[in-house]
Design a protein. Structure first.
Length: 293
């Protein structure tokens, strides 16, 4: 059984990005820059933002954090985003989700200039991913999973791929990534799927993004399959686990991602790939090869 080691793979990509950014600076260009907007005091969001900023700085991306109070109005938040849209020194804008319930998340995503939409959530970028038209941005978690499969030479051609979870940030864009050029056959399952096991058992590659510990047990997995666990769940004892019963499923799978240390680090590194990708487009350079599928 092969452990798909997100920490190792992401280290290699981070090193490549670091060298690439050094080269831009050597040629007299400014550093790429990423603005992260954090609304409120959610502890998990604070940890994610800290990790994103620290990793950015490590590779030479200038990161700015805009901390805003929980009570901020939708109009005020929109005006903050517009300021960043107009700032030529900012390449990527990320609004950490979830937002407080009085703010319309869709409206906020639509406010971000698509050419700075480092998360790839703007309808224009989702449309580009769906149609293959133009140079878009692929959401970070699906891009990270794609880069991980590529690193381990796991070919998707002709494979039956089952994705459990259909969110806008993981499941849906993941299905579009795999559907590109009609390489694989995709099934997307969600909370209203009847008999989940009948689908997951057929998967050559299984991607699970739900947020329920041990949702996927060994009897639900095909022998010799590749299992990608996106879930992040904090148990009462403080331990972080995924959605897959790792200890039992690992004996049946050909390859599996651990939690933590699998998809998580790949998501963070993809955010930086996307930042450099948008920086390159802003400077009239070709799209970043790692940001393409
Ligand atoms: P979400 O809550 O937006 O979506 C969950 C999806 O799971 C929905 O499509 C829902 O229909 C489906 N679902 C719920 N119960 C189900 C069931 N019993 N059977 C089948 N499908 C079911 O979640 P999300 O934002 O996509 O995140 C999913 C998980 O992935 C969470 O644990 C989140 O923390 C984690 N996550 C991890 C990373 C990472 O980098 N590792 C990134 C994003 C999200």
């Amino acid at each position: 059984m092969l452990i798909l080691d997100g920490r190792e793979v992401s280290k290699k990509i981070l090193e490549d990005l670091k060298q690439e950014i050094k080269e831009y600076e050597r040629k007299g260009f400014r550093k790429p820059s990423l603005a992260v907007i954090l609304v409120g005091e959610d502890p998990a969001s604070k940890i994610y933002v800290k990790r994103k900023r620290e990793t950015s700085e490590k590779v030479g991306i200038h990161s700015i954090c805009v901390n805003l109070p929980e009570s901020i109005s939708e109009e005020e938040l929109i005006s903050e985003i517009k300021n960043l849209n107009d700032d030529d020194n900012i390449d990527g804008i990320l609004v950490q989700l979830p937002l407080p319930s009085h703010i319309n998340t869709g409206k906020i995503i639509e406010t971000i200039n698509p050419s700075k939409d480092v998360d790839g959530f703007h309808p224009e970028n989702v449309g580009r991913l769906a149609t293959g038209i133009g140079k878009g941005v692929i959401p970070c978690t699906p891009l990270g999973i794609w880069l991980m499969l590529k690193h381990y030479n796991i070919d998707i051609f002709g494979k039956d791929i089952v994705i459990v979870g259909a969110s806008n940030i993981v499941g849906k864009p993941m299905s579009l990534v795999f559907l590109k050029d009609e390489k694989a056959t995709i099934t997307v399952c969600h909370k209203n799927t009847k008999d989940l096991k009948s689908h997951t058992q057929k998967a050559d590659i299984l991607v699970v993004a739900v947020g329920k510990p041990k949702l996927i047990t060994d009897d639900m997995v095909k022998e010799g399959s590749v299992v990608i666990d996106v879930g992040i769940n904090r148990l009462e004892n403080g331990k972080i686990v995924g959605d897959v019963d790792f200890e039992n499923v690992k004996n049946k799978a050909f390859a599996i991602t651990p939690v933590p240390g699998g998809v998580g680090p790949m998501t963070v590194v993809s955010l930086l790939v996307n930042t450099v990708h948008l920086y390159r487009l802003r400077h009239g350079f070709p799209p970043h090869p790692f940001a393409q599928i």
